[in-house]
Design a protein around this ligand. Structure first.
Ligand code: SF4
Length: 365
């Protein structure tokens, strides 16, 4: 769509969107129209890289456990990670803790109320800052997330990659131009809702769409070609082999302190391999890597293959359970815990899958 043809649509975009919002938008979310910046912030951090349906339960539980910023700031890391367990992308949780503590201590619990101050907080980028600024403080900052990019690229027929430097500039400027400056919070929520329920990634509801007479992609039959993306995500393959050491009713776990995925969560002693290890070799291999003796420290089971897909990594691996003759003191970071107490620790999803299938929490003879 040429610049000239865009003008009539630009001038009526906000009013058509808000009309749709008041007449047809039935999307419900507990944080909608929320004005408390703490609650808006928590909901936005949970929703980064998490679907609304998955985030809902976490949000409700999280704000019940930590109803205000001081409660969150004073809670132990362990308790917060446990509440976050299963949501993934744990950097979000670490940043949440750091920001809560800085607001609680340095600002006496008062959330910053300007866009630039909000943007300076740890874990908050332009999208989240615009969301908090507009929802909680009604400041005129346009949100630009995946939903918004899709709606704008289709409506205005923009085929410049949304993830290119040029594309980002164009879409941010267009989003800012279209923003309803009188009701930025409502407008921002409406455009994201519209992208989520009408102009969906697959099978958008074009025939019922309020923009169908103006939408470039619809009029030119290019809906499936837009938006365009430049980069393909490179997936790193990793192989995780976990030793699950048992001694009587106890089991050894360790905290992941390395600067890597799942930092601060718990796991079993891990040996990472560059490629898949042959199942027949696995017991001897993992015993050697952990300085155990398969003759004296009895192997019990090798788990089926587990996998977890992260945004840039695919984790595959197995769990090899050993009953140890005595508690080894070889590794300083092993912590022996009662098997029935493993539920008190936050584990990554990959280990949860195993724990759900294994009878590990039941004491075995
Ligand atoms: Fe999206 Fe279709 Fe509406 Fe265009 S007509 S804005 S592609 S739902």
């Amino acid at each position: 769509m040429g610049k000239k043809q865009q003008e009539p649509l630009k001038s009526k975009f906000a009013s058509l969107l808000l009309k749709w919002d008041s007449e047809q938008n039935t999307r419900q979310m507990p944080w909608k129209a929320e004005k408390d910046p703490y609650l808006v912030w928590v909901s936005e951090i949970i929703l980064q890289q998490t679907r609304v349906e998955q985030g809902l339960g976490y949000y409700n539980k999280f704000i019940k456990t930590f109803p205000d910023v001081h409660k969150l700031a004073r809670a132990k890391d362990e308790k917060i990670f446990k509440a976050w367990e299963g949501l993934g992308y744990y950097t979000r949780c670490r940043n949440l803790i750091a920001t809560a503590r800085s607001i609680s201590r340095e600002r006496k619990g008062k959330f910053p109320s300007t866009y630039s101050e909000i943007l300076s907080l740890k874990g908050i980028g332009p999208y989240t800052a615009a969301a908090i600024a507009s929802f909680a403080f009604n400041l005129p900052h346009a949100v630009v997330d995946g939903n918004v990019l899709r709606v704008l690229s289709r409506l205005f027929g923009i085929a410049i990659p949304v993830d290119s430097t040029k594309g980002k500039k164009i879409f941010v400027a267009l989003a800012d131009e279209l923003l309803d400056r009188d009701q930025p919070g409502r407008y921002n929520q409406a455009i994201m809702d519209f992208g989520a329920v009408v102009c969906k990634p697959a099978a958008p509801l074009c025939s019922q769409c309020v923009f169908k007479d103006h939408c470039s992609a619809f009029l030119h039959k290019r809906v499936n070609q837009l938006p365009v993306k430049e980069k393909r995500v490179r997936i790193r393959e990793r192989w995780f082999y976990y030793l699950v050491p048992e001694h009587k009713n106890q089991i050894a776990i360790r905290k992941r302190t390395e600067n890597d995925i799942w930092q601060n969560l718990y796991e079993f002693p891990l040996v990472e391999a560059e490629k898949e290890v042959d199942k027949k070799m696995l017991i001897r291999w993992i015993a050697r890597k952990n300085r155990l003796s398969p003759m004296q420290d009895a192997p019990i089971t090798i788990s089926p293959l587990f996998r977890q897909q992260l945004s840039h990594q695919r984790i595959s691996g197995r769990f090899i359970r050993f009953r140890l003759r005595k508690k080894t003191g070889m590794y300083n970071d092993w912590q022996w815990v009662e098997k029935t107490k493993t539920r008190n620790y936050a584990f990554p999803q990959f280990i949860h899958q195993y724990l759900r299938n294994a009878t590990i929490s039941q004491p075995s003879g």
